[in-house]
Design a protein. Structure first.
Length: 126
């Protein structure tokens, strides 16, 4: 009779390991952190130009793209990234807590109510 070890080896290689606890929620938190910091950081130049337009509407009166050109010609391209570091760091933390916390507390509600009740009321829970 053949051993079932090769079958188990193939089965374990095909089926991914199910994460739970800190391993699972840290992945949710990291994904949220990276996504929030990248998306908000990428919009830093828009925020810089918007602020310039608000502070000096006489000088910066050519709209977003005209404002980008003015900032680059007056202060250099690096000026468009003014505030990028704090923005990316702040939204990194915000994304980690928001997405990690959302998934954590969603699972807590499911555990408290039971899977069937949670599924029937998923709009309120999810």
């Amino acid at each position: 009779m053949a051993s079932s070890a090769p079958v188990q080896a193939v089965k374990s290689a095909v089926e991914p390991e199910k994460l739970s606890g800190v391993g699972l929620y840290s992945r949710f938190a990291f994904a949220g952190a990276v996504c929030c910091s990248v998306t908000h950081g990428a919009l830093t130049p828009v925020d810089v130009v918007k602020t310039r337009i608000q502070l000096d509407p006489v000088t910066y009166n050519r709209g977003l793209f005209g404002g980008i050109r003015q900032v680059i010609s007056n202060e250099g391209a690096g000026a468009l990234l003014t505030g990028f570091g704090p923005t990316a760091a702040g939204y990194f933390l915000q994304g980690a807590f928001k997405f990690g916390g959302y998934e954590f507390f969603k699972q807590q509600w499911i555990n408290q109510l039971g899977l069937e009740t949670a599924s029937n009321n998923r709009t309120a829970i999810y």
